[in-house]
Design a protein around this ligand. Structure first.
Ligand SMILES: *[C@@H]1O[C@H](CO)[C@@H](O)[C@H](O)[C@H]1NC(C)=O
Ligand SMILES: *[C@@H]1O[C@H](CO)[C@@H](O)[C@H](O)[C@H]1NC(C)=O
Ligand SMILES: *[C@@H]1O[C@H](CO)[C@@H](O)[C@H](O)[C@H]1NC(C)=O
Ligand SMILES: *[C@@H]1O[C@H](CO)[C@@H](O)[C@H](O)[C@H]1NC(C)=O
Length: 504
């Protein structure tokens, strides 16, 4: 099957150049194209050189992934980053986004910096800078030190605001001479809900009946809102710190990331159109509205009531305006329709008061996360246009976009997906959306939070059965490389000359 798919791609390419309908140079020159990974999913070496456990070590080592996998070795990036930067050069990557393991850099959560952790990130950053690859850093990508979870339940305590800001301070001080793009927190909605509502993610707290498991500790109806509140406060304090202490010298900026889907109303009825808007307020507004206007969206205050924390006057002032750019992770669109607000106990999903489905024909669910999705590049276009308009023209980076595939090197479906979503991004740019960059998730196959290493998003294949974790270029890596070289001809020749180039 794979050979046939590959053969038909060759035919397609050789009979119909130009391939894409747009090229790299159709995007503004300052727009960057990159790819991303994150610390726990990429590095491995979880017990090496002074790193202390993160909540994900505890969670996976307790056998809580459905396939019992762990990120103990992951893609072994801690040992292989130099070779990986070479692959990035081969891919003509303009930018790379990775995250810093807080428990590697500051093993006690606060206080002493681990010299080996510092050295690793300095080496990685230097390697990137030497090769002219722009560095984008995520400070917290769903993981944080287990010691802080033990001490005060992590994001559930306001104490995290001070510790997070101190961690960020170390990063700005040590790396800020070479790093200008800082994102504080990855997908606050996913971590607030995954960690404290449905228990899909570490540390796996929930209360019945909202968890995927029998809940023993947690409170799904309030904890996600408290966690997100503290994330917003931590983000804002960090942004203020950067502006006061570092911005003049380092000339960078601080953003936050939101997991994003576009929402289409299932029907043209007023209530469904209203539901689609409500969805956007719950997803984007939850995180972004406070940072732009200093408070949560009205519809959230109304539906969540006293379970939604409120900002004090002084908090509101710190939070308002504390964002230099928005990062979005985007994979699919949602169809929603209205659902009356439950009278009984509600969690976030129930507070949204709508049914969501991944396509018009799948059955509606009041629960989140569809298990399958269909490609909808217009959804990304709409998200980018919407964010530009709704939140005052703040620069936006697509920090993750991609699709999972099985373990094949002939990943023509990935090429089609990326191509179409890059096209959606270009349309948004042409319509005036303030988009500054696009990152493929993921640069290589990593440990995936939803499914362990079985689910593959990489441009490069990683063999997780081999201790050496060898990498191989997939067809999509070749394709991206050719696109970034702005050279369709190069791409065609590469494929024509060997036919199996992607296999090397
Ligand atoms: C992977 O998926 C492709 C397309 O869906 C299919 O043609 C191929 O046989 C699959 N390969 C493996 C190894 O399962
Ligand atoms: C939850 O508890 C019930 C009864 O104690 C048990 O039958 C079930 O297997 C448990 N489910 C999970 C996911 O642990
Ligand atoms: C969750 O917290 C709310 C508000 O404090 C409380 O009313 C409710 O009983 C708690 N639920 C659980 C399961 O502890
Ligand atoms: C976070 O928001 C997205 C929409 O952009 C939604 O699809 C997803 O279900 C939310 N996350 C979780 C874990 O529910």
């Amino acid at each position: 099957m794979a050979a046939i798919a590959f053969f038909s791609l060759l035919l397609l390419l050789s009979s119909t150049p130009p391939v894409l309908g747009f090229t790299r140079s159709d995007f503004p020159p300052e727009f960057v194209f990159g790819a991303a990974t994150s610390a726990y999913q990429y590095e491995g070496a979880v017990a090496e050189d002074g790193r202390s456990p993160s909540i994900w070590d505890t969670f996976t080592q307790a056998g809580k992934m459905s396939d019992k996998s762990t990120g103990d070795v992951a893609a072994d990036g801690y040992h292989k980053y130099k070779d990986d930067v070479k692959l990035m050069v081969d891919t003509n990557l303009e930018a790379y986004r990775f995250s810093i393991s807080w428990s590697r850099l500051i093993p006690n959560g606060r206080g002493a910096v681990n010299p080996k952790g510092l050295e690793y990130y300095n080496n990685l950053i230097n390697e990137l800078v030497q090769h002219g690859i722009q560095v984008h850093v995520m400070l917290s990508h769903l993981d944080f030190p287990q010691v802080l979870d033990d001490e005060y339940a992590g994001w559930l305590s306001p104490k995290i605001v001070e510790d997070f800001t101190a961690f960020a301070d170390v990063c700005f001080r040590e790396f800020g001479d070479r790093v200008s793009y800082w994102t504080t927190i990855d997908e606050p909605n996913v971590s607030a809900l995954g960690s404290y509502d449905n228990a899909l993610f570490a540390p796996g707290r929930c209360s019945d009946p909202f968890g995927i498991t029998n809940c023993t500790v947690g409170n799904s109806t309030v904890e996600p809102y408290i966690a997100a509140h503290n994330m917003i406060l931590a983000h804002a304090a960090t942004t203020r710190l950067y502006r006061e202490k570092y911005r003049d010298a380092q000339k960078g900026g601080v953003g936050i990331n939101v997991y994003s889907s576009w929402s289409y109303p299932m029907t043209n009825s007023d209530v469904d159109i209203e539901a689609a808007k409500r969805y956007l307020d719950f997803v984007f507004g939850w995180i972004l509205e406070p940072l732009v206007s200093g408070d949560y969206p009205d519809v959230m205050k109304k539906n969540v009531g006293s379970r939604l924390p409120s900002f004090t006057k002084s908090q509101s002032q710190v939070v308002k305006g504390a964002v230099d750019f928005i990062g979005i992770n985007h994979y699919y669109s949602m169809y929603v329709n209205d659902r009356p607000l439950d009278k009984g106990t509600r969690d976030y999903s129930a507070d949204m008061s709508l049914y969501q489905r991944a396509s018009k024909t799948t059955p509606g669910s009041s629960k989140n996360i569809p298990s399958s999705s269909q490609s909808d590049p217009e959804g990304l276009q709409y998200v980018l246009q919407y964010l530009t308009k709704a939140y005052g023209n703040i620069p936006i980076y697509v920090q993750e976009n991609g699709v999972a595939s099985n373990d094949t090197l002939y990943d023509t479906e990935r090429i089609e997906y990326l191509k179409s979503y890059m096209g959606g991004t270009l349309k948004a740019v042409r319509n005036g959306a303030n988009v500054k960059g696009y990152f493929v998730w993921s640069f290589l196959d990593v440990f995936e939070f939803f499914a362990g290493p079985r689910s593959r998003y990489g441009l490069y294949r990683v063999d997780f059965n081999d201790d050496a974790r060898p990498r191989q270029a997939k067809l999509s890596a070749r394709w991206y490389s050719g696109f970034l070289k702005n050279d369709d001809i190069y791409f065609l020749n590469e494929l024509d000359s060997t036919g199996s180039h992607a296999l090397q």
